[in-house]
Design a protein around this ligand. Structure first.
Ligand code: GLU
Length: 289
């Protein structure tokens, strides 16, 4: 079976050099290995995603000389698939609703911090204190019926107990040079959100479901997602999905050494193009042949 690669941007801004590196790397690896290259639009967040950005993704990738297999998978069109996966985890007793607003979670964390440091996830956000896990079934049902907003969380302790030790194959490198057979440490993320009342999925859930449904065998993406892979391989294990190989690549940083953001004008592909850069210039800027 030929390998299957994918580039999976979120249409919440214009593409910059960091995206170009990821997309070109995936495209080149697919070509060199006689594999397939897919484009997936990760547009589950209606508040941040725009049609204009999605059109620009197609345009900018085509300009770079990249082509992809049809159909393009748009996550917003497949919410039922993520709902089924969530259902499967719920049926195993691994999901619970939490009702605190972000401000309330911050207050609970501040309270905990009075008696010592409170753990933070690999992205630096404090872990959810797990308060809603203690709610009785009756209390949960009452809150759900009241129409209150909620987030559905993975009961991480239960999930890890169910899965046991989980590993993945890293063909690239993590931020600390991790490579080869890597043991997942999903506990570092705490009770992650799998879905919200208004968005019935999350990045973690949809990425895992889609990689499986699209039969992706190689996940090639930035090192900023290296630690999230722990959650992804845990979910694959719990859902009985096949595990792709992972290759986390270096991040393209700006002159000051910071990760590029979608608002960094100097490195936007549209700006570079308008300033006269050619696709060959972009490749050479990125150190790609
Ligand atoms: N949609 C994610 C992003 O734009 C990438 C997801 C992935 O490659 O797993 O950062």
């Amino acid at each position: 079976m030929p390998p299957v690669f994918r580039f999976a941007p979120s249409p919440n801004g214009y593409l910059h050099l960091g995206h170009a590196y990821s997309a070109l790397l995936n495209f080149d690896l697919a070509r060199q290995s006689g594999g397939r290259f897919l484009l997936r639009i990760e547009d589950i967040d209606p508040a941040r995603c725009r049609a204009e950005f999605e059109m620009a993704i197609h345009e900018d990738l085509a300009w770079l000389g990249i082509n992809w297999q049809q159909p393009v998978r748009r996550q917003s069109e497949h919410l039922a698939d993520y709902g089924n996966a969530l259902e499967q985890l719920s049926a195993e007793g691994l999901v619970y609703p939490s009702f605190e607003s972000r401000a309330e979670v911050a207050r609970l964390v501040a309270q905990r911090e009075q008696s010592g440091p409170w753990p933070r996830d690999p992205d630096g956000a404090p872990l959810y204190p797990g308060t809603a896990k203690q709610l009785s079934a009756g209390e949960r049902a009452r809150l759900m019926e009241s129409g209150a907003p909620y987030a559905l969380r993975l009961d991480m302790a239960a999930a890890m107990a169910r899965a046991g030790r989980v590993f993945w194959t890293e063909q690239g490198e993590g931020p600390a040079g991790e490579t080869g057979r890597i043991e997942a440490h999903p506990g570092a993320w705490g009770d992650v959100i799998l879905a919200r009342k208004e968005t019935p999925t999350s990045y973690h859930l949809s990425v895992v479901v889609d990689d499986a449904l699209q039969e992706v065998t190689e996940v090639v993406r930035g090192q900023d997602l290296f630690h999230a892979t722990s959650v992804h391989v845990l979910l694959q294990h719990l859902l009985g999905l096949p595990q792709p190989r992972y290759r986390h690549h270096r991040l393209i940083v700006d002159e000051a050494g910071y990760k590029l953001s979608k608002s960094t004008r100097a490195t936007g592909l549209r700006e570079l193009r308008a300033a006269g850069a050619t696709p060959a210039d972009i490749r050479s800027l990125l150190g790609l042949p």
